[in-house]
Design a protein around this ligand. Structure first.
Ligand code: AOS
Ligand code: ZN
Ligand code: ZN
Length: 424
């Protein structure tokens, strides 16, 4: 399945006049238009290989059909996304769900679709067939040195696979923790985990980064061994300059002020990047921006402010990734919506009148500060994001184009109705 460029152009031509009117209207009010358009064009968000199928919940899984059956087909699906939105130019692999049999061929296929390999994800939260020791009671934290060793070796193997593909980061998410009080010694669990992470860290090439993801609960329900940003920061500070804290938006206790966490991690130079998603209750892994788009904007506002203060490159200096799961939507449509929501929040943050905001802060003018933020947030930046896609050769209306081209029914024809993609 390949998206033909002329079909995108045809669809765009039909919408051109209406789009131009909307774009001109909003562009007129944007003082830094060229800067905004330039930054939007550069901004890409990596797609996780496990988000292309219907994840379902523990109560059931209802496949929509045409799901990718192999790594090659996952790359094809991300190729479809990228052709439509020109902002999904990277893929994040999960080992062992996506073991490349021939790294060179996989790299070439990805390059054909304009994709590069983002952070590699290891998996020590499941037991694989033929795995000698079980992770039932944890992996890097385990009381048994042999289990820790097996988990460390797996992570080192993932680094090796990543090097072959041209990736330069390892994301470590641990399910390690305990479900009942007294089940483990917190200090020893921390020490074991730290020691295991040190071994993994030592195996990373100098130009690699380790992203240590935290999560407050689930699958363990009493304690998690990397539970929050403070604990992650403690590990990564001890580990050294190649280790950073990864923020997954769904991994906080209810109502946490994530934008403040982001600001402080940036200040410390220890923010790795994101797993974007949205949630109402827990780690819901819903479409980005579907529940709380204002929070997403406030996060981007801190990102832009903090990255500019440190002279960082918005597009390249942090890892931007989606981590979502799909129960009722077509995964490709859901991902198109997520990427769009991220770019909208980013564009809005670029519109914030920073001078005015700083002035309001210095004058303790809370009302004006709110006015400044909401002026940007309530600007309809969708025509700017669409224009940036158009200029890059993408579709003005990616979901519309996806539906008009009947991509999903073609994928079903190609791959079948009952397909199961590996993933969460
Ligand atoms: C789990 O809750 C985390 O969000 C992980 O980042 C991720 O979903 C997992 O590594 C995918 O396998
Ligand atoms: Zn995550
Ligand atoms: Zn999660």
């Amino acid at each position: 399945m390949q998206i033909e460029k002329y079909k995108i152009d045809e669809a765009n031509n039909q919408q051109a006049a209406a789009h131009q009117r909307k774009f001109d209207f909003v562009a007129e009010g944007v003082a830094n238009l060229d800067e905004v358009m330039g930054k939007l064009a550069e901004f890409n968000i990596a797609i996780p290989s496990w988000a292309l199928g219907t994840g379902g919940t523990r109560f059931g899984r209802f496949s929509g059909g045409g799901e990718p059956r192999s790594l090659e087909e996952k790359i094809e699906d991300i190729g479809v996304l990228h052709a439509l939105n020109r902002s999904s130019g990277a893929i994040s692999l999960h080992i062992p769900w996506d073991i490349p049999k021939d790294a060179k061929a996989i790299k070439a296929l990805a390059a054909q679709h304009g994709l590069r390999f983002d952070a590699m994800n290891s998996n020590t939260f499941q037991d694989q067939a033929n795995q000698p020791l079980s992770y039932k009671f944890g992996s890097l934290q385990h009381v048994d040195k042999n289990v820790r060793k097996q988990a460390v070796e797996h992570n080192i193997e993932v680094i090796k696979q990543g090097i072959e593909l041209g990736s330069n980061a390892l994301t470590v998410w641990l399910a390690d923790g305990s479900s009942f009080p007294g089940q483990l010694n917190f200090r020893k669990a921390f020490e074991n985990t730290y020691e295991s992470l040190q071994e993994i860290y030592a195996a990373m090439p100098d130009d690699w980064k380790m992203y240590l993801e935290y999560k407050c609960y689930e699958p363990n329900f009493y304690s998690t061994t990397v539970a929050d940003w403070g604990q992650s920061l403690l590990y990564v500070n001890k580990l050294g300059p190649k280790a950073y804290t990864l923020v997954d938006l769904g991994h906080h206790l209810p109502n946490a002020n994530i934008e403040q966490i982001v600001s402080l991690l940036l200040m410390e130079g220890k923010l790795a990047g994101f797993h974007f998603n949205d949630s109402k209750y827990g780690d819901d892994d819903l479409t980005v921006g579907s529940i709380n788009p204002y929070q997403l904007f406030l996060i981007f506002n801190e990102l832009v402010e903090g990255m500019d203060a440190r002279g960082m490159n918005h597009a390249n200096d942090l890892g931007w990734m989606i981590d979502a799961s799909h129960n009722v939507k077509d995964p490709i449509e859901d991902l198109l919506q997520s990427v769009e929501a991220i770019k909208i929040a980013y564009a809005q943050a670029l519109l914030v009148d920073k001078k005015k905001l700083v002035q309001a802060q210095l004058n303790n003018d809370a009302a004006l500060a709110q006015e400044v933020l909401q002026q940007a947030y309530r600007t309809d930046v969708r025509p700017l994001v669409a224009e940036s896609r158009l200029r890059a050769g993408g579709a003005l209306d990616p979901i519309g184009a996806f539906r008009d081209m009947q991509v999903r029914s073609n994928l079903i024809k190609e791959r079948g109705e009952k397909t199961v993609a590996t993933g969460l």
